[in-house]
Write a protein that binds this ligand. Structure first.
Ligand SMILES: Nc1ncnc2c1ncn2[C@@H]1O[C@H](COP(=O)(O)OP(=O)(O)O)[C@@H](O)[C@H]1O
Ligand SMILES: [Mg+2]
Length: 411
């Protein structure tokens, strides 16, 4: 920051000083914590006006206020804050603003660095008519970012009237990404449900019309309809499990489970499926129980999902090995599910836990998959403070590793 820039900040600094002196520590704490930053900043700007007016009236007793401290505080804010002159030139820019918009230049028009016409129009309107304006701003390069911008007029504050407006930008990139994901999710879920539904409706029409008296066709079609209806039921079950587990994700599990016993039962329940696919399923566990804090049902379905995946997608390897070991130093248990199937190419690995992401759509559907299994596993492990690692390479099979904390109290 240059000396001029610091001097130009005086208005804000005096305002911050007044703000502190009226006991608004709560607000400052909120600001520094980064929570509700947008709203708090708007409040701050509002107070700037009032506080600056008050400051103009106050005698010079604020020798304790160091300009550097005020700038440091603005620099600590996670959101860009820019003060503007009456001619829309940049007067001050905090650290977040300088990082986000390196082209910002002291005393240079804001439009040199930020060209968005909606933003510049909003700024001009505030400079002409006062008050407050809001607008959305988004960029695709160098990285995708979205901001919610507020431009607020600063009343002329006696001694230092240069700053005419302040532009506060709240980074809403993450929020937008979450919104986009929700929209995608609803679209995907609807699509997944619509496909079997369309097939059922098609067969109903055929049975009502051309195949009305064809007993053989009726049997066959009813079989397909039952399959499609079961697929819809699985999808709805998985969607419900996903929303239930998401709701509970922040709550630590209350139960205690013996992982060795749980894996023994899960593997036992899946030997039939393995036999059907020509897969030898084996389990290796250390002697005695290995206790972990966890919900039995949730962990059971997570391991079922992983072992089923290994059997269904890795069946060409002919064997699936499940193992449980105590990690060294103790405090963690590691469960590995290893198959010798076709493996997974590197580009898919980071996306496997996304909802509805499948490497091979047709194979997943043929195997009765919903594309939600690994998403469920991920959320279950998040709740259990566990970790999921998928190691795989084409032709080398796949190993899925799960680590779960086993605090000494429950070991
Ligand atoms: N052991 C594995 N070997 C190869 N591919 C796998 C394995 N496990 C999962 N996958 C791939 O990851 C995708 C997502 O798995 P999952 O979320 O369980 O959904 P699905 O319902 O399709 O099984 C599967 O469709 C499959 O393409
Ligand atoms: Mg699966």
């Amino acid at each position: 920051m240059t000396g001029r820039l610091t001097a130009a900040l005086a208005l804000g600094l005096v305002a911050i000083g007044a703000l502190l002196s009226v006991g608004a520590f709560g607000l400052v704490a909120v600001l520094l914590a980064g929570a509700a930053v947008g709203g708090a900043l708007a409040l701050l700007a509002g107070r700037w006006n009032r506080a600056a007016n008050r400051a103009a009236r106050l005698p010079e007793r604020r020798g304790t206020l160091r300009p550097g401290a005020g700038m440091a505080m603005l620099d600590a804010l996670p959101d860009p804050v820019i003060s503007l002159s009456r001619r829309a030139n940049v007067m001050t820019a905090n650290r977040a603003a300088r990082l986000a918009f390196p082209a910002l230049g002291q005393d240079e028009p804001l439009s040199f660095a930020l060209r968005d016409p909606r933003l510049l129009e909003a700024v001009q309107s505030v400079l002409d008519k006062g008050g407050e304006q809001r607008c959305a701003l988004s960029f695709r390069t160098p990285v995708e970012r979205a901001f919610d911008c507020r431009i607020m007029a600063l009343e002329a504050a006696g001694a230092r009237p240069e700053a005419a407006a302040v532009l506060v930008m709240t980074d809403v990139t993450e929020q937008r990404a979450v919104e986009a994901m929700r929209v995608d999710f609803v679209a995907n879920a609807s699509h997944e449900l619509r496909t079997p539904l369309a097939s059922i409706l098609g067969f109903v029409e055929t049975l009502q019309g051309p195949a009305r008296n064809d007993a053989a066709a009726r049997e066959r079609f009813l079989g397909i309809m039952a399959d499609q209806a079961r697929r819809m039921a699985r999808l709805v079950d998985d969607l419900l499990s996903l929303s239930r587990i998401e709701l509970k994700e922040h709550l630590a599990p209350s139960g205690t489970v013996d992982l060795a016993g749980l894996l023994g039962q899960t593997v036992g329940a899946l030997t039939g499926l393995a036999r059907d696919r020509g897969v030898v399923l084996s389990l290796e566990v250390p002697p005695g129980p290995l206790m972990a804090a966890g919900e039995r049902d949730e962990l059971t379905s997570a391991f079922e999902n992983l072992i089923e995946n290994a059997i269904k997608y890795g069946k060409s390897g002919g064997k699936v090995e499940v193992s449980l070991v105590r990690a060294e130093p103790p405090g963690e248990a590691i469960i590995a599910v290893r198959d010798y199937g076709p493996g997974i190419a590197a580009e898919h690995l980071p996306r496997l836990t996304e909802r509805f992401y499948r490497v091979d759509n047709a194979l997943s559907r043929a195997e009765g998959g919903t594309g939600l299994g690994l998403a469920l596993v991920k959320h279950t492990l998040n709740r259990h403070r566990g970790r999921l690692t998928i190691q795989s390479a084409p032709g080398k099979g796949t190993t899925v590793l799960v680590s779960l904390p086993c605090p000494p109290a429950v070991m």
